[in-house]
Write a protein that binds this ligand. Structure first.
Ligand code: AMP
Length: 399
């Protein structure tokens, strides 16, 4: 399916010109030796490389912008882009200069003195309060650092934040390679996906995902529900759910979705008193969960049933783990679903940070057609058919 967005080749780019590239650099970080913070998983940085390399080969000066964590509009050293600069430099095989701020007089001379092929990484855009409030002045300050704008941050494009929607109003702009691939794959799910089409949804937050289930039911045949979301559905059926995570205010909505007859929920559940990696567990029927225990994974009968449904499908979308897979006693359901998705000859798309992490943890990522780096963004794209960041790229800039 053709993607109706300007691409890198459409930029009127001349050697030595500066390109502001918004990248989804929101990677997991952890403490390394001697208190340094290091990147724990560089998938998001690595997937942006083709766009960055393409621009460098054309002699662009790269001004890279991204966010990390939720620093709430002020400098916080633990959310500095320093670890990203280190990893990006290793991956590109060249120096990456970390600017001491996002915009302004401390940044401008650094960008001005950079030459073709140089890479300047701006500090965390969320250090600026104008980022999340989409302040046009901050957007203009970002745009002032460059001659062109590229959005390679599909995973942040569901947010009307200044670095996503501001610069494309002012600069010639394009979507990056990965952004194109994400839009291409997800558009295929929105229209003309091969049937049967099954969506497997898990994770913790039912509130976020109910609207998506609604939208998915318009497009797919069956939705398989796992993860903590499942317990609000069980509650809606009047079953006891022990100490499981639930969102009682969503019960009516869950009932309505169950009434469609196309939403499957677990028939058995793995329960424990506490979510620990040495917890005592038991498998119980989904309609007979004991008091004082909480559901932390789908049971084996459910996992087998979901795997069979996946095996029968021609299109599979999987978003969200089936259980608290980070802990070994609750990983089996997610592992079984990941295995079924990987073994399927169907068109398979895994979206969402956690399911992407799960499928890679199980070593199966190269056996699916597409692993989306943007969880929230991919769900919102499926729900609404567009994203603010994509709409911004479709506008003409005003010069
Ligand atoms: P989300 O961000 O909504 O995709 O949720 C992902 C998180 O949901 C993962 O960290 C899982 O550990 C967690 N999760 C999945 N199933 C359960 C469950 N039954 N109870 C609590 N947390 C869960």
């Amino acid at each position: 399916m053709a993607v109706d967005l300007p691409r890198l080749e459409d930029l009127p780019l001349e050697r030595g010109q500066r390109v502001l590239v918004r990248v989804d650099l929101n990677v997991p970080v952890r403490e390394g030796t001697q208190g340094t913070i290091i990147v724990d998983d560089d998938l998001r940085i690595a997937t942006a490389l083709p766009t960055l390399e393409w621009l460098r080969q054309r002699g662009a000066v790269l001004v890279v912008a991204g966010h990390l964590g939720r620093p709430k509009g002020e400098f916080r050293s633990r959310d500095s882009m320093r670890p990203v600069a280190v990893r990006l430099s290793e991956l590109l095989g060249q120096e990456v200069v970390l600017a001491p701020a996002v915009v302004g007089p401390r940044v401008e001379p650094i960008v001005a003195s950079a030459g073709p092929g140089d890479v300047v990484l701006l500090e965390n855009v969320r250090f600026e309060p104008g980022e999340t409030t989409n302040d046009p002045a901050f957007g203009a300050n970002l745009a002032a650092l460059a001659d062109h704008y590229v959005n390679e941050a599909f995973g942040a494009s569901h947010r009307s934040h200044a670095s996503i929607v501001g610069p494309p109003r002012l600069l010639p702009h394009a979507g990056g390679r990965l952004l194109f691939r994400e839009v291409e794959v997800l558009s295929r799910l929105l229209g003309g996906a091969a049937r049967p089409f099954v969506a497997v949804l898990g994770g913790a937050k039912v509130g976020d995902k109910l609207a998506v289930i609604d939208a998915l039911l318009d497009r797919c045949d069956t939705v398989l529900v796992g993860g903590a979301m499942a317990f609000t559905f069980l509650l809606a059926q009047g079953h006891p759910v022990g100490d499981s995570l639930v969102q009682p205010e969503m019960v009516d909505e869950c009932r309505r979705l169950l009434d469609t007859g196309r939403v499957r929920i677990p028939v058995d559940v793995v329960v424990a008193r506490e979510p620990t990696d040495d917890a005592e567990t038991q498998v119980v029927a989904a309609d007979a969960m004991p008091d004082g225990w909480r559901g932390l994974d789908v049971g084996p009968t459910t996992a087998d049933g979901y795997a069979d449904e996946i095996a029968r499908s021609a299109t599979v979308l999987w978003n969200g783990p089936m259980g608290m897979f980070e802990l070994a006693p609750f990983a089996a359901g997610t592992h079984r679903v990941a295995g079924a998705v990987a073994a399927s000859p169907a068109f398979t798309v895994v979206g969402g940070g956690d399911s992407a992490a799960a499928i890679r943890q199980f070593g199966l990522a190269d056996r699916v057609d597409h692993v989306s780096t943007g969880g929230g963004a991919s769900l919102e794209f499926i729900e609404r058919g567009d994203l603010p960041g994509l709409a911004a790229l479709r506008q003409k800039e005003v010069s």
